[in-house]
Write a protein that binds this ligand. Structure first.
Ligand SMILES: Nc1ncnc2c1ncn2[C@@H]1O[C@H](COP(=O)(O)OP(=O)(O)OP(=O)(O)O)[C@@H](O)[C@H]1O
Ligand SMILES: [Mg+2]
Length: 264
């Protein structure tokens, strides 16, 4: 039996009159590349924000390696082993690429962010180790030669990879990526796909929000489909792709019948 890493039960989140998530339940196993798909506004990013404690859900719970995620503060989430990237890239634009990764690394070090700022003697050796590890992570995501470039000056695809490096710096068990291929061209997307596979092969579990269906269906071993904040389907990519409710949600009413006619 695969080991369960995250079990979300009946998560609900409302914004005023809008029910952004209703009773969303799902489980992620260790080693999964778990896809989260659904039309625009389905609640995918809201689910990430609930999992990472940026939003407090009205109800529901989420067990992640023994932690109740909804009870943690946002900064405790990374310490618990869950790191994420953002749909709208959030980097420190005025800092270099390597400095952005070093910030991610500080939660796993004794000196912490305060030590890094004061730079007392005891923290200097640790700082050098942090810098070395940050460089290794930039190499890992394929932008090692751009370590000293300002984050804001990097092309879009590199900024997305830099966000992944910064998330990896926290040594997560679960890496949650919100549309990492957005804005990438076809060849950058191929490189990204290899990177996500490498991350999984190196022992991490991945939760992936993505609109590029080819990428999702080729990469993920399970897929959760949201629509209007509700779970529409969950299963293996091939099952989900055949599900008439999913076809209808993506292609509109009537498409499912057309599709089944074509298939027969
Ligand atoms: N902070 C907020 N305040 C009010 N409404 C919000 C907030 N965040 C999200 N929403 C609404 O909740 C719904 C779900 O939004 P969400 O961003 O989770 O969708 P999504 O599935 O990530 O969509 P997309 O594919 O466009 O990124 C939308 O109707 C959105 O307008
Ligand atoms: Mg979103």
């Amino acid at each position: 039996m695969p080991e369960l890493l995250l079990v979300a039960s009946k998560l609900s989140k409302r914004f005023g009159g809008l029910q952004a998530l209703s009773d969303v339940s799902f489980s992620i196993c260790k080693g999964d590349i778990y896809g989260l798909i659904g039309p625009n506004g389905a609640g995918k990013t809201t689910l990430f924000n609930v999992l990472t404690s940026l939003y407090v859900p009205e109800s529901g719970s989420c067990n992640f390696m023994g932690h109740q995620l909804t009870r943690l503060k946002p900064h405790e989430i990374a310490i618990a082993g869950l790191a994420r990237t953002f749909q709208n890239i959030r980097l420190f634009g005025a800092l270099s690429a390597i400095e952005n990764v070093m910030i991610g690394r500080h939660i796993r070090t004794r000196a912490g962010v305060f030590g890094a700022i004061t730079r007392n003697q005891a923290t200097r050796a640790e700082e050098a180790a942090i810098e070395q590890r940050a460089q290794e992570l930039l190499d890992y995501v394929g932008i090692g030669d751009r370590a000293n470039h300002l984050a804001s000056a990097l092309p879009y695809g590199d900024q997305r990879r830099l966000e992944i490096a910064r998330a990896l710096a926290t040594e997560p068990a679960l890496l949650a990526l919100d549309e990492p291929a957005a804005g990438m061209n076809a060849s950058e997307t191929v490189v990204l796909r290899r990177l996500i596979e490498k991350i999984r092969d190196d022992g991490m579990t991945v939760l992936l929000i993505e609109h590029d269906m080819k990428l999702v269906m080729g990469l993920c071993n399970r897929v959760l489909v949201l629509e209007y904040g509700k779970v529409l389907a969950e299963g293996k990519p091939a099952e989900v792709q055949r599900n008439p409710k999913v076809i209808e949600a993506y292609l509109g009413a009537g498409a499912a019948t057309e599709h089944s006619k074509e298939a027969s």
